[in-house]
Design a protein around this ligand. Structure first.
Ligand SMILES: [Ca+2]
Ligand SMILES: [Ca+2]
Ligand SMILES: [Ca+2]
Ligand SMILES: [Zn+2]
Length: 488
């Protein structure tokens, strides 16, 4: 069965030639070979780390704090924020007639047709389980002159964007500032013409606008992303696809890249391409959804459980090691049931069953970020446990997760399995998960020494780790270090 399925997948993979190294619609990730060269440039954007603002809002939410508003820069993860999209056309590369501004508006904010990347709005409605309903407007196509004349620097890019926005003098930009802090929450800039190398000027990315003297109406610009209108520009059939925009928008929400910026330094292999923040495909994993408040994992210590598909229901299990003390800023395991539906309804989605994630969400001493990331640190913030025990994500170049990496019927994660349920320092916490299979509802048994069958109740409050740094509001407010101020 597994073997047949693997063969079917190989055939599928062959039918999608460009997915081997780079997904058809990209993202800001590149081929393994090109990643090494651009690592410093990419690291300068800080997107390999969870944004300090998201860490801060996660901590506030988990500690039950109410009324701590204005903590997040970028796009809020709940509600109906308005996103501004700017379409920029260069003289050398007229926009494709099939991607008129009207069509682009429909592709980005419309209902769309074919799941799962039919529109930014639809994807995020599903991923957030109805909590995030992205609205917005499209300006363009703005005629930006010759691309060859663009100054390929941060300042050059900001001036170009500000000039374009200034040409829409009658537009009301105040609607894109959902928290009223004077800054447009999130702007996506889509330009015509081919991409350059990974992390070069003409490559998809998300960063912060630094020049606060440049305004759109009365608003400064905050978080923004930058991407091509077609990944294979010279191919007339290559039109605008949503994957890169969905990926970059996740950075505006605060999520990190889980792919590896620098093989050979720190952990390798990311998440084996099984995530929107790795391959720019599929749904967001349940750790990301936990950070954003889109799922509230059931804390489990022992018993028999069932999970419905994570792409359809906000269901996720948190396997709490004995002595865990309800502290999510520590090491633990998350389990979700994934199958080819919802945002995973992509023919390249590699299997079905339980996925087990090893999370190490310890905070840094300042309390404004996680100690670990998936690129540079000793081990990963988020690691996929491979049920086949082969650790191919970390050891095989360009390893794509397969059905064998899912915990299906009878597969076990325990103190002496490979991989084991031990913590990174080798502490055997004794947790044992035995998958009981199931095609739609996936069942499993969990045991730990000395633990009675328990399950959390929904309104349990977590321990929030060290005190949340306060950020006074109003003039002269103190700002936490932001991801874009971190340099390699
Ligand atoms: Ca704002
Ligand atoms: Ca690495
Ligand atoms: Ca494997
Ligand atoms: Zn990214």
């Amino acid at each position: 069965m597994n073997k047949l399925f693997s063969i079917a997948l190989l055939l599928l993979a062959a039918a999608v030639p460009s997915s081997a190294i780079e997904p058809p619609d990209g993202g800001d990730m590149g081929s393994f070979k090109s990643r090494g060269g651009g690592a410093e440039a990419a690291a300068a954007h800080g997107n390999y780390r969870v944004s300090p603002d998201l860490v801060s809002s996660f901590r506030s939410r988990l500690s039950g704090a109410k009324g701590i508003g204005g903590m997040t820069r970028g796009l809020p993860g709940e509600g109906s924020p308005k996103v501004l999209v700017l379409l920029m056309e260069f003289d050398e590369y007229p926009h494709k007639s099939a991607d008129s501004a009207e069509v682009m508006r429909d592709k980005i904010f419309g209902a769309g047709a074919v799941q799962p990347y039919e529109s930014l709005t639809s994807y995020y409605k599903r991923s957030s389980h109805g909590k995030l309903n992205i609205q917005g407007e499209v300006l363009g196509w703005y005629k930006a002159g010759r691309r060859a004349d663009v100054s390929e620097t941060k300042a050059g890019r900001e001036k170009l964007i500000a000039r374009a926005l200034a040409s829409y003098s009658k537009h009301d930009f105040s609607r894109y500032d959902s928290d009223g802090d004077g800054e447009i929450d999130y702007l996506a800039v889509i330009w015509t013409g081919p991409r350059g190398a990974w992390a070069s000027f003409w490559w998809g990315m998300k960063t912060y606008f630094s020049d606060k003297s440049l305004k759109a109406g009365s608003k400064t610009i905050g978080s923004y992303s930058w991407m091509t209108a077609a990944n294979s520009w010279s191919d007339p059939a290559s039109l605008f696809g949503l994957n890169t925009l969905i990926h970059e928008t996740a950075h505006a929400l605060g999520l990190p890249d889980y792919y590896d910026y620098k093989p050979g330094v720190g952990p390798n292999g990311g998440l084996g391409f099984l995530d929107m923040m790795d391959a720019a495909r599929f749904d967001h994993n349940c750790f990301s959804k936990f950070l954003l408040g889109w799922v509230d994992p059931e804390i489990m210590t022992a018993g028999d459980f069932k999970l419905r598909p994570a792409s359809e229901f906000p269901e996720c299990a948190l396997l709490a090691p004995p002595g865990w003390k309800r502290n999510p800023f520590s090491e633990y395991f998350l389990v979700e049931n994934r199958r080819r539906s919802g945002n995973d309804a992509d023919r390249a989605f590699p299997g079905e069953g339980l996925l087990v994630w090893h999370v190490d969400a310890r905070l840094n001493p300042a309390g404004n970020g996680f100690l670990y990331d998936n690129s540079f640190t000793e081990h990963k913030l988020l690691k996929l446990m491979e049920a086949d025990g082969l650790e191919e994500i970390e050891t095989v170049e360009k390893y794509f997760v397969t059905q064998d990496d899912f915990y299906t019927d009878g597969r076990t994660l325990g103190p002496v399995t490979r991989p084991s349920s031990s913590l990174y320092d080798g502490t055997a916490v004794g947790l044992t998960l035995v998958s009981r299979g199931g095609a739609y509802e996936a069942a499993f048994s969990l045991s730990a020494p000395g633990e009675a069958a328990t399950k959390s109740v929904a309104d349990d409050v977590y321990s929030a780790g060290p005190p949340v740094p306060t950020r006074p509001t109003g003039p002269g407010k103190v700002r936490l270090p932001s991801a874009d101020e971190i340099r390699f």
